[in-house]
Design a protein around this ligand. Structure first.
Ligand code: HEC
Length: 133
């Protein structure tokens, strides 16, 4: 009798553990997802600037590049963190800037600086974001 109770107790505890593990997995954002969102946000901001209007980035969202999950080995390296922090600084500057177009291009420099280190294949796509005028 006690053995049966213990058995069910163990199964129950395991089930709870497994579910909470799954939830904690679901909580973790993927760097790839963050990047896709950042890219489309940058497309939108660029379009707005070209129309002569002004639009800011969502800084809180971008901060996730410091914590998001990726299998990219270089992302666990301190050089990655330095580049991410530099990027976030440029983003803050952009949000506060008067000359948005210039600051926007400086932000794209920071995208490329990290990509040159960690993920070269996307550089071609990112370069198209530059505002040349
Ligand atoms: C601190 C480093 C860093 C910065 C800054 C950065 N990226 Fe990335 N980006 C990465 C890494 C690493 C990957 C690959 C992620 C992976 O494969 O898990 C990536 C992936 C991407 C992808 C591919 C997403 C996909 O799978 O479709 C795009 C597009 C992208 N970045 C655009 C940008 C743009 C635009 C900026 C600036 C506005 C930027 N990135 C800034 C490191 C960075």
């Amino acid at each position: 009798m006690i053995k049966t109770k213990l058995y069910f107790f163990t199964i129950g505890a395991l089930a709870i553990l497994l579910t909470s593990f799954q939830y904690s997995q679901d909580d973790s954002v993927k760097l790839r997802t963050v990047m896709k969102t950042i890219k489309s946000e940058a497309d939108e901001v660029r379009k707005t600037l070209l129309e002569g209007k002004s639009k800011n980035f969502d800084y809180t969202y971008h901060k996730q590049i410091l914590t998001a999950n990726t299998r990219n080995k270089k992302a666990s390296n301190p050089y990655f963190k330095t580049r991410a922090e530099n990027y976030l600084q440029k983003l803050e500057k952009y949000n506060e800037a008067k000359d948005k177009k210039k600051s926007f291009n400086q932000l794209i420099d920071a995208c490329i600086s990290c990509h040159d280190y960690a993920s070269k294949i996307y550089i071609g796509r990112i370069k198209k974001l530059y505002i040349n005028e």
